[in-house]
Design a protein. Structure first.
Length: 275
């Protein structure tokens, strides 16, 4: 092969190599883009008056649950579309399978597990009593003889009923936690029973409200929140694995500290998952 032909051959070979590299890069970039776009979008319902877990902020649902769900979905290979459906509509949407996920500080209990699947526990809570300053409330037993506000269908309602009776006329049920606190402020009820983090968040955000809180470890037992799925959901396993990974890699603790300002008790969550 003479020098001229050899140079021409090498030039053509180099050009082809560059072309192939360019094509290969384009294919890889395209594949990466397709992979990102192919992530399945799961439809999520929530009840966004339950700060700090979920609440509306500038027209968008925000909160601890939102950050955690987005992180778990990313870990599991999904994206989520979160809508403020309301409490009852969320459960109806899960039963009809119009929703893939429900997340609104939902406590895992035997009754709910008959109709829905739950993820491993992701938050430990308990009930707390909120009341106007000056009311003589020192324990759950002091709820007796008082007008009590609760959010309908929540463990706050069940906790109050455990003290004063399931059909007690002293309990007023509200569709949202916001309406319950509004009734407490206006004097329609004298006390309110809700989740501890929600009660404390309300007091923090409304320092001039005159609302005080008290717990009762003897009467109100620990409870655990879980992500809710329709019965038999194919996504439960993926989100269980994702949550456990977030516990181990430090991402859960990062989100928890952002919203609650302290380290989470991961051992408690992992122990509850075994029950």
């Amino acid at each position: 092969m003479n020098l001229s032909v050899k140079k021409s051959f090498l030039s053509v070979a180099a050009g082809c190599a560059l072309l192939l590299a360019a094509c290969g890069g384009g294919q890889e970039e395209s594949a990466g883009k397709e992979k990102a776009e192919d992530k399945k979008v799961l439809q999520v319902g929530t009840e966004a008056t339950f700060a700090p877990f979920e609440f509306m902020d500038k027209g968008k649902v925000s909160g601890f649950d939102v950050d955690l769900l987005n992180a778990a979905a990313e870990e599991a290979g999904y994206t989520v579309n979160i809508e403020n459906t309301g409490w009852d509509a969320m459960f109806a949407g899960l039963q009809s399978k119009q929703l893939d996920i429900g997340m609104a500080g939902v406590t895992i209990n035997d009754e709910r597990e008959k109709s829905y699947d739950f993820s491993v526990p992701y938050f430990e809570s308990t009930s707390m009593i909120a009341f106007k300053e000056g009311a003589n409330i020192q324990s759950a037993q002091d709820l007796k003889g008082k007008k009590i506000g609760v959010q309908n269908g929540t463990t706050g309602q069940f906790a109050a009923e455990g003290v004063v009776g399931k059909n007690s006329s002293s309990i007023s049920k509200y569709e949202t936690a916001a309406l319950m606190f509004q009734a407490l402020q206006s004097g329609d009820v004298e006390t309110a029973v809700t989740d501890i983090a929600v009660a404390l968040e309300y007091v923090k955000n409304n320092p001039k409200s005159g609302i005080k809180t008290v717990g009762d470890d003897k009467e109100f037992k620990p409870e655990y929140y879980g992500i809710v799925f329709p019965k038999g959901s194919e996504y439960k396993k993926d989100f269980d694995q994702a949550l456990n990974e977030l516990y181990d890699n430090g991402k859960y603790a990062e989100i928890y500290k952002k919203w609650f300002g302290k380290e989470p008790d991961l051992d408690s969550l992992k122990e509850a998952a075994k029950k």
